[in-house]
Design a protein around this ligand. Sequence first.
Ligand code: UD1
Length: 419
Amino acid sequence: MDKLIITGGVPLAGEVRISGAKNAALPILASTLLADEPITVGNIPHLHDITTTMELLGRMGVGLVVDERMNITVDPSPITDFYAPYELVKTMRASILVLGPLLTRFGRASVSLPGGCAIGSRPVNLHLAGLEKMGAEVAVENGFIHATAKKLKGTRLVMDLTTVTGTENLMMAATLADGSTIIENAAREPEVVDLAHCLNAMGADVNGAGTDTITVHGVERLSGTHYNVLPDRIESGTYLVAAAITGGKVRIKDTNPDMLEAILEKLDEAGVDVGVGPNWVSVDASIRRPRAVNIRTAPYPAFPTDMQAQFTALNVVSEGTGTISETVFENRFMHVHELRRMGADVQLEGNTAVTRGVNNLTAAPVMATDLRASASLVLAGLVAEGDSVVDRIYHIDRGYECIEEKLAQLGARIRRVPG
Ligand code: UD1
C-alpha cells in the first residue's frame, strides 16, 4: 500500500487548479444509463472512484471511451447486465447511484447492499422507500437489493431527512417515470444541481434543483449530450485550508466561489485574508496565526461534513479553543485519534471535538481511515515538525486528483512511496 511522506514546515505559495467534482461526476456517469444515445462527460477528475464507476458500467456491457483529456463517452445501448456486484459496491458506496437509472430505464436492477463504513452505518432505506412509493417492487435478499418495475409512476416523495445520493437516485428515476414526481426536503447540494443540469441537457424536465422541492415531469426518452462537471468544492476547501494551516499564500483557480460560502466564512472568522474572483479564491495566512473556530456540520448550504476533518486539523494548530460538531454522520472523528498522536490537544464530547490550539505538531506515522480523514492527516503533516508518514492513502486517491503533485507545486515537501 502506498504511503505519503511529508516533511512539514513549508508555507505553501502559488496557484493550483481545481479538478472536476467527484460527487457530481459519479451521479452524472450513472445518469448516462438513462439515455438511448452516447453521452460525453468532461472535466472528470482522475480518481480511483471514477475508475470504479467505469468498471461498474463496463461490467454491465456499457460502451466506454476515454480520451486523453479525461472526457468519458458512455454508450449505454450495448448493456446486457443490470447488476452492481459486492466487490465494487464495497469499495464505493456511490455505486448505489445506478439503482434509480437502471430501474426506470430497463425495469430491473440488482445492486449489492452497501455495508457500513468508517464514518457510520449509512443506510439506503430512503432510496428504497422512494422507489417503492413510485411503484417499484423492492426485495433485499442475500445482501442484494433486487428491484423491478414495469413503469415507475410519478408521486410526491417527502424525504425523512436530506440525503444527497438519495435525492439524486430518485430524481434520476423520476426522469423516465409516468407523470410528475415531487421530491420534498430534497438535498440542495451544488452536485444535485449539476446532475439536474445534465439531465435537462439530455432532455429531462427537472425543476427546482438547489431548493428543497424538486419537481420532475417524466419524459419518454433521454438523448445524447456533452456535459462538463462543475469544480470540486471539497478539493477547493482542502487547498484553502492547506494554505491557512501552513501560514501560506495560495490562489485556487477554475473553482466556483459561490458554492464555497460556508467554508470561506469560517476561514474569514479564523482571521485568514480571503480574496474572491469570478472563478478563483485566494487566501493569505502569512500575516497572523489563525484563530480556532466553532463549526457545526449540516446539509448544504451549511458547513459541509466533508470539510470537517480538514478544519479540525486547522483548529488544532490555531490560537485558542474551538468546537467542531458533526451532525451528519455518527462516527466521523477517526482523524482525531491520529491527530492526537501528532501532539494535538483534542477531546471528543459526544458528537463534538473540542480543540485547544498547540504551537507545534510533531511528525508521527499515522493511518488514513476514510477519504476526508486522510486529507486532514496530510494537512497536519504539512505543519508537523519532522517527517510524517501517512499510511493507507488509497483513501485519498479515491477523492483527490494528484494530491502530492498539486501540493508539491505549492512548495510542499511531499512524496509518495510504494508500500
Ligand atoms: C453524499 C456524499 C458524501 C457526503 C454526504 C453528506 C456523494 C457520492 N457522497 O453521501 O461525500 O459526505 O453526501 O454531505 O455524493 N441516510 C439515511 N438513509 C438513507 C440515506 C441517508 O439514514 O437512505 C443518512 C446517512 O446515514 C447520513 C445522512 O442521512 O447520516 C446523510 O447522508 P447522505 O446525504 O445520504 O450521504 P451520501 O449521499 O451517502
